[in-house]
Design a protein around this ligand. Structure first.
Ligand SMILES: NC(=O)c1ccc[n+]([C@@H]2O[C@H](COP(=O)([O-])OP(=O)(O)OC[C@H]3O[C@@H](n4cnc5c(N)ncnc54)[C@H](OP(=O)(O)O)[C@@H]3O)[C@@H](O)[C@H]2O)c1
Length: 208
């Protein structure tokens, strides 16, 4: 599969590593330009190249958005139209600036991203585990004990696509419901950064 990654920091860089290892073609982008990603592309080899954000978005059948919430307005929305978009993001007001509707839990950061990317199918995933655990825990999984990744979204086909990717990198996808229900795996919830197995996550979130 062709995967574009917009935001290639801790999480985006880790996903570039995991997805390319799983055999996917990956194009990565950040805000400073492709030349600043030479270290990463050199390390990860031929399946990963760097581009600007619009080209990475155009390239991907699936596009990962892994930027701070405060930068969502800068994303190339048109280029993501028709695509499955994985939102790894979390809202941290001290980092991102206060947003009243989020502070009062009237909506979620992923729903706001979906509004911004109205032609895309946004799925929230890979947001609830620390990046270094994401890097290491997939390969430490065994048939008996697989770490879980909550996946939420409104489009069943897009969710299945993302669940497949979660499995391919060694984790158990756990259906956490709609994009609005994605609030159940945001910062401040009991499952956030809790490093739960798939079975434990199912228990906390309610199996679907
Ligand atoms: N760190 C974690 O353990 C963790 C775990 C789960 C979820 N998350 C969430 O995932 C998101 C990313 O976190 P992170 O820790 O990976 O952040 P990070 O290391 O600070 O990386 C952010 C990336 O976004 C890029 N970026 C910022 N604005 C951009 C724009 N307008 N266009 C394209 N790229 C842009 C940055 O590029 P430049 O450096 O060139 O500006 C950088 O590559 C956040 O919402 C975070 O809360 C983080």
């Amino acid at each position: 599969m062709r995967i574009g990654i917009v935001g290639t920091g801790h999480v985006g860089g880790t996903l570039a590593r995991l997805f390319s290892k799983a055999g996917h073609e990956v194009v990565v982008a950040n805000s400073r330009g492709p030349e600043t990603l030479r270290g990463l592309t050199g390390e990860l080899g031929g399946r990963v190249r760097a581009a600007n954000a619009a080209d990475a978005a155009r390239f991907g059948d699936v596009v990962v958005v892994s930027v701070p919430f405060g930068r969502y307005a800068d994303l190339p929305a048109e280029e993501m139209s028709g695509k499955t978009v994985i939102d790894t993001g979390n809202y941290y007001p001290e980092r991102d600036g206060h947003h009243q509707d989020l502070d009062q839990d009237r909506t979620t950061s992923s729903e706001l991203l979906q509004q911004r990317l109205s032609g895309a199918r946004v799925v929230k995933a890979f947001n609830a585990m620390r990046w270094d655990h994401l890097r290491d825990f997939g390969r430490q999984s065994s048939a008996q004990r697989r770490y879980g990744i909550p996946v939420s979204g409104d489009d069943p086909g897009a969710k299945r696509q993302v669940a497949d990717l979660v499995e391919q990198v060694g984790f158990e996808p756990v259906d956490a419901g709609s994009l609005a229900e994605g609030r159940r795996h945001q910062p401040g919830t009991e499952v956030y950064l809790a490093d739960l197995t798939g079975a434990e996550l199912h228990g906390r979130l309610g199996a679907r």
